[in-house]
Design a protein around this ligand. Structure first.
Ligand code: FAD
Ligand code: NAP
Length: 550
């Protein structure tokens, strides 16, 4: 079927997106005997790991954790080559999963969804693609990703640039050879920090345009030895179970019990050194129990990293510029790198501070800041994403004759448990706003959400219910709770994409639920056990509701 506007497919459920979330949704719902179609904008599956092929791309959660747990055979048989898997290996894994579980026939690639409209009377979502294909199903699951709408800044003159430009989240499939080229990278978040050392080793000259200095810790990536692999797999079920009892969904890091302020400076230094040498961001932020809630405690860890930067970077002026001072460590995602700060000691690398000297225009031959002109052959944007709500707003989601999602969320997202939003019946979100999502091992969060939704659909089947909606009162309570939890932490202090600060005009709302995946799982399980408290189930399409208040 391709490009035929009149064609209509009737299904039990539609899933938008074929990343980790869409694929597991498909597998799970098919196991329940449902007829499911996945629609994917990309030319192949993989989501994040299909799109983000930039040099140095890899995960920052250890491979043995950042993988599906739903199949013991899968997790036993798959062998990860490195502690932190590279993009190509994760994509290989996702493709293996799709083949192994026979998912491909139910995935339609090159199919960008542009609208999703709910007909209350017929109890059907009608989903339309950019090519005019129409699909209908009573349930629609948005597995569209939190970091899937790349953001290229509105820089005047970009269209006049005679060189090549790229975005980390839209990287060419065949890669890019920067040998002998004068390259500019704009952005120093996780993507930039991973990419910079690799491109610096290749390019003739690399200019790094930094607006805000960022914290980064060494990944300490290494090959995963057969011994480590064997030991983990001997007790894989145990480690997965342990992970479920942690706030980040990652095992092997017992929660700290001590405040940074109860340690002496010497003890703190020793502990931070150990964590620094161990690698991994969870490890570092788990040095003490108050690094993300107490500014004074946080400052001890922030200053430790600044001292590291000063010790690594030879030029004191460059070292000064690289030291973050505008946000507490961890309140933006703590980047993991392999030789990032060391890269600034190379002769072919120049740091440009665009906070004091902003970019004014892209020219045919490079770009101009207020004070200087730069000649460039290539520009790589690592400027991030319209995160969390971006991909959802990119689809015209609405109820026929009623509300639009973008209107309802004009002042910030409103959801119940990050799973549904009141008024939009039978529409589920995987790792939606106000769920732990990006503040956890996302594969663990995805599995938790999909399992919960599958359980909910089974419950509806058992009850002969055809519609489900979030109760508005329950939603209001949840939104307040998410905000209160965030306000008790340091997170809202940073101008991060968690609060939408990277997108001009986006309302400043801290969106992820940061009480932890463990607590969140208990809440969701409790809601289900209490007959889906806070959701409204109905046996008939229109408003003969059986309501349960939160
Ligand atoms: P995605 O993988 O983003 O998939 C969503 C899919 O939906 C995409 O393929 C997209 O094309 C499709 N889609 C969106 N809109 C439409 C539409 N309108 N029509 C059709 N299709 C659509 N998380 C971690 O926990 N650990 C990590 O180490 C980690 N590293 C990351 C590194 C990078 C570079 C990035 C960008 C993110 C990283 N993340 C990490 C977060 C990562 O996004 C998740 O871990 C996970 O891959 C999300 O899977 P998903 O299926 O929910 O979303
Ligand atoms: P990001 O964290 O949002 O970083 C974007 C960078 O671009 C920031 O340095 C930002 O500066 C800069 N920037 C944005 N707009 C700009 C503009 N108009 N002019 C100049 N500079 C601009 O994006 P990202 O690095 O792609 O990472 C996004 C998220 O994806 C991460 O937080 C993480 O969750 C995930 N990720 C993970 C990994 C990993 O290690 N596994 C790798 C990549 C991505 P300001 O800070 O001043 O806004």
């Amino acid at each position: 079927m391709s490009g035929r506007s009149s064609e209509v497919r009737r299904l039990d459920a539609l899933v938008v997106g074929a990343g980790f979330a869409g694929l597991y949704s498909l597998h799970k719902l098919r196991q329940m005997g449902l007829c499911v179609q996945v629609l994917e904008a990309g030319s192949d599956i993989g989501g994040t790991w299909f799109w983000n092929r930039y040099p140095g791309a890899r995960c920052d959660v250890e491979s043995l954790e950042y993988s599906y747990s739903f199949s013991e055979e899968l997790q036993q048989e798959w062998v990860w080559p490195e502690r932190f898997a590279a993009q190509a290996d994760i994509l290989r894994y996702i493709n293996h999963v799709a083949d192994r579980f026979g998912l491909r026939p139910f995935i339609r690639t090159d199919t960008r969804v542009v609208s999703a409209v709910f007909d209350k009377v017929a109890c059907l979502w009608t989903v339309e693609s950019a090519r005019g294909e129409v699909f209908k199903a009573p349930f629609c699951i948005m597995a569209t990703g939190n970091l899937s709408l790349p953001r290229v800044p509105d820089l005047p003159g970009l269209e006049t640039f005679r060189g090549n430009w790229y975005h980390s989240g839209l990287w060419p499939k065949d890669g890019v050879d920067f040998s002998g080229r004068r390259v500019g990278i704009i952005g120093t978040g996780s993507s930039g920090i991973q990419m910079i050392p690799v491109i610096a080793a290749q390019a003739k000259h690399l200019h790094i345009f930094q607006r805000t200095a960022n914290f980064s810790a060494p990944a300490v990536n290494r090959p995963l030895t057969p011994e480590v692999d064997r030991r983990h797999k001997e007790r894989y079920a145990y480690w997965r179970d342990q992970a479920k009892q942690t706030s980040f969904g990652i095992s092997g890091h017992p929660p700290p019990t001590k405040s940074a302020l109860d340690a002496t400076p010497a003890e703190r230094n020793r502990d931070y050194e150990t964590k620094w040498d161990t690698g991994g961001n969870i490890s570092f932020l788990y040095a003490y129990n108050d690094l993300l809630v107490n500014a004074e405690a946080n400052e001890t860890a922030s200053e430790f990293v600044r001292t590291k930067i000063r010790s690594i970077v030879h030029d004191p002026k460059v070292a000064e510029l690289l030291q973050p001072r505008d946000h507490p460590i961890g309140t933006k995602r703590l980047c993991l790198d392999t030789g990032y700060f060391e890269t600034f000691n190379r002769d072919n690398v120049t740091l440009v501070d665009i906070k004091s000297d902003p970019i004014v225009v892209v020219t045919p031959t490079g770009l101009r800041t207020k004070a200087r002109e730069f000649e460039l052959d290539d520009i790589a944007f690592t400027t991030g994403f319209d995160a969390i709500t971006g991909a959802l707003f990119d689809i015209d989601i609405r109820v026929e004759g009623g509300s639009r999602l973008c209107d309802k969320w004009a002042n910030g997202p409103r959801t119940y448990l990050g799973l549904m939003t009141a008024g939009f019946r039978n529409l589920f979100m995987i790792t939606g706003p106000q769920s732990p999502s990006v503040k956890s091992n996302m594969v663990a969060s995805i599995e938790q959400h999909v399992d919960w939704i599958a359980g909910c659909l089974q419950h509806m089947r058992d009850q002969c219910a055809v519609q489900i909606d979030a109760d508005e009162a329950a939603e209001n309570k949840w939104v307040d709770h998410v905000g209160r939890v965030a306000d008790a932490t340091l997170y809202p202090r940073a101008n991060s994409w968690y609060v939408g600060a990277n997108i001009p005009g986006k309302p400043r709302v801290f969106t992820p639920y940061v009480a932890g995946l463990d607590k969140y799982r208990q809440i969701c399980d409790g809601v289900a056990a209490d007959n889906y408290r806070g959701f409204i189930l109905s046996k008939a399409p229109v408003d003969q509701t059986q309501s349960r208040q939160a």
